[in-house]
Design a protein around this ligand. Structure first.
Ligand code: ZN
Length: 93
């Protein structure tokens, strides 16, 4: 355990609440493929958890939806990366 936790400070709005957002791929069984152009699915939500890469995480500010990005402009999703980002971008005073 670290002595002191890091503080998130949003560069845009100075908000201090960081959200870990999770986007999970859900699936619905296709029940009918209507030749007129309709696809009808069942109501049951199927977790496609066999496709692990389809669960994505990203972090965002709770107040303004600011999304910390890595050097390549991709939303940060790894624990270690968000910690590095906070160290580099948020004042710990
Ligand atoms: Zn913000």
């Amino acid at each position: 355990m670290a002595e002191k936790n890091l503080k998130f400070v949003c560069p845009d709005c100075s908000g201090k609440k960081l959200i870990q957002a999770q986007s999970v791929m859900k699936g619905y069984e296709v029940e009918e493929l209507d030749p007129d152009g309709y696809v009808i699915t069942g109501d049951e939500e199927l977790d496609l958890d066999t496709l692990e890469t389809d669960t994505t995480f990203y972090y965002c500010c709770a107040d303004c939806d600011y999304i910390p990005e890595d050097d390549d402009g991709n939303p940060i999703s790894e624990d270690a990366d968000i910690i590095e980002w906070v160290k580099a971008n948020c004042s710990q005073e």
